[in-house]
Design a binder for this molecule. Sequence first.
Ligand code: NDP
Ligand code: OXD
Length: 309
Amino acid sequence: MAILFHWDGATPEYWHGAFEAAGCGIDIRSFDAPGDHADVDFAVVWAPPAGRLKAFPNLKYIFSIGAGVTHITFDPDWPAHVPIVRLQDRLLVLDMSCHIIYWVLHFHRFYARYARQQAARQWLRHRYPENSERRVSILGLGQTGQDACIRLRDLGFQVTGWARSPKAIEGVSCLAGDAAFETVVREADILVNLLPLTDSTTGILNASVFNRMPEGSFVINCGRGSSINDDDLLSALDSGRIEGAALDVFREEPLPEDSPYWHHPGVSVTPHSAAPTNERSAAEFIAAQIRLAMDSRAPAPIVDLERGY
Ligand code: NDP
Ligand code: OXD
């Protein structure tokens, strides 16, 4: 039994130590030193090079070192018969909520305006609505979306959450399904995207959505870049319908040097750093899931390829 590990920039000690501590053995392989490919039962990966996973004929599970899995499924040759187990991690969830709270407050209190005013030495206060009057809509009510809703609710914001299937979160208006999308968007003073990238969420944030959002609203994207139509967002920013956007994820990463996002005055760019995988807790989670698989029990959560997440 061997584990294939691939994550550029990882600290191998965390991973090797966690695998050993969980009783998963110490035979850790890499793409550069794969040994006999047939020995490898489990792959633990972030952004594996395209075409390489399929060379391992006996893979039982692929463990994603991230909550999203497009870094694996973008590869047209990934072995789609092998179940993917994605990352669930309370530290990642906490980091995501902190990132979202930061930007919600930034927009709610007009801090971007103050930064521009400081550059012009201008002393001018902007009135902001009470928290209870500010409507924040969260797209996606999975591990990250639910936590963000609860924390924003506790700060007194008027929070609406949207998912495919019905949810109930006290003090949060939870809507579900395509028919409710219109309401979610129309009432979004601040729209937060925490959807996985699937066929139905690709380009979901486009001109028709921006035109229906309230004048002068804000967008925070932490899901995946391809859920936004970039030209449409830039037009909405230019027209002022969207006053500001905090973008953490992009269609192409790293964000190309010639992207207009870099210098648009309404855009704040962060380098896919909203909730970076915490190596220590992620290694422990994945090692525990591998141990389950070694004991012929089911690791979780498994990606449902029909749904795409
Ligand atoms: P989950 O799988 O836990 O939750 C996904 C949510 O999206 C679910 O509530 C699901 O609905 C909902 N959803 C999916 N498709 C649709 C749809 N078509 N219409 C309505 N709702 C939909 O994901 P996570 O919360 O763990 O992560 C979300 C995404 O955030 C990841 O896929 C990844 O892309 C991104 N991410 C980004 C990070 C960063 O640093 N920027 C870090 C971590 C994650 P339902 O509950 O009904 O199934
Ligand atoms: C993830 C991510 O999916 O970092 O975890 O985007």
